[in-house]
Design a binder for this molecule. Structure first.
Ligand SMILES: [Zn+2]
Length: 358
């Protein structure tokens, strides 16, 4: 390979929990690829689980050292793809489909599976170096131009929203046949509920959000909110679709309450990630004839749709509530460690956002 077909990338790799090291990676740049200089990321719970060592030991040993982050935007610095030009402001799509990694070689899966469920896809910041590096090389399909009317701050929320967009697609046809409930008052619950309100036009009386923290629930002014601690799930009528956005140790109770709540032949979409297995009340799932969907990763197409939807200024206003007053500027590994330590320690309701200065 000729020298101009590779690019050096300064990277902040997590070597063990709580520790970053600056290193230089070298990436091949193939035909159809673009080189992106990341400018901004938001920190995900998944990043914090690696950083604080909350993943299983085997997972940490297998995946580290690795640059973190999968929610981010940047600028194209070199393009070998006809549809993208250098200088473009873009959102990064972290899921690299198997068909693009092994282009030309034989695809190993026999059955055709959607990009986001394909076993051999790569995902940035999960076993594959993420956005926390100076030069990211991506297939052209993995970058989505940001329209001028969308600010960096709003655009950086695209990845998190794309996951909700993908999840809601499973039930989009049936959202109007009853009330819709979201379990979870954190960022994922907020963005999912905001999407139901702005994109699917579900009004306040038909959109319910369940949470446990009053201050968090107060942000959901476009929905009817209830506290799970005092709500009578067995005797409430009318909810036909539930989107579960809790995850972790809250999954078990949320799923249990959702099964109590949903009307016969209703639907439950699971979005909350849990490291442990979660017991499910299958007796009532059977008796009510419920459908359960799992959804976590999104595709490039979801991001493209979002760039159209995000142009709505009312939607932008709702999304911006999740943005912090200040970003952290990252110029070296010490800045990064400081920002990650603080975020791990004070998990606020709003997202933590990092501006990279390479
Ligand atoms: Zn994430």
């Amino acid at each position: 390979m000729r020298a101009e077909d590779t690019v050096k990338s300064k990277a902040y790799q997590l070597t063990t929990p709580w520790q970053f090291k600056e290193t230089i990676l070298e990436h091949d740049v193939k035909k159809g690829d673009v080189v992106v200089k990341p400018s901004m990321v938001s920190i995900c719970h998944a990043d914090l689980r690696y950083y604080t060592g909350q993943r299983r030991k085997e997972a940490l040993e297998r995946k580290l050292p690795m640059s973190l982050f999968h929610e981010g935007i940047g600028e194209v610095v070199t393009s070998k793809n006809d549809s993208i030009h250098s200088g473009q402001r873009i959102v990064i799509v972290p899921n690299i489909p198997e068909r693009l990694i092994n282009s030309g070689s034989e695809i190993s899966t026999e059955r055709k599976v959607a990009d986001n469920y394909s076993k051999n896809s790569a995902f940035l910041g999960s076993g594959y170096d993420g956005i926390g590096q100076e030069h990211l090389v991506l297939p052209g399909e993995n970058v989505v131009p940001i329209p001028a009317s969308i600010s960096d701050d709003i655009a950086v929320l695209a990845e998190l929203n794309s996951v909700s967009y993908q999840a809601l697609k499973h039930v989009s046809e049936e959202l109007s046949d009853g009330q819709v409930a979201v379990f979870g008052d954190g960022p994922v619950g907020y963005l999912t509920a905001a999407m139901l309100s702005h994109v699917y036009q579900i009004d306040r009386s038909n959109l319910i959000v369940f949470g446990a923290v009053e201050e968090k629930l107060a942000h959901f002014d476009f929905a009817t909110t209830y506290n799970v601690k005092t709500f009578d799930f067995r005797n409430f009528r009318g909810v036909t679709t539930v989107i579960e956005c809790t995850g972790g140790k809250f999954s078990e109770t949320a799923i249990d309450q959702a099964i109590d709540l949903i009307e016969p032949q209703g639907r439950l979409v699971l979005m909350g990630v849990s490291e442990e297995r979660v017991p499910i009340n299958t007796r009532d799932v059977l008796e009510k004839g419920l459908k359960i969907y799992g959804s976590s990763r999104s595709t490039s197409d979801d991001f493209r749709q979002l760039m159209l939807l995000f142009r709505d200024t009312n939607y932008q206003k709702t999304l911006s509530k999740l943005l912090p007053d200040q970003h952290d500027t990252i110029e070296n590994v010490d800045d990064l460690k400081y920002a990650m330590d603080r975020t791990a320690e004070h998990k606020g309701w709003q997202k933590a956002i990092l501006d990279f200065k390479w």
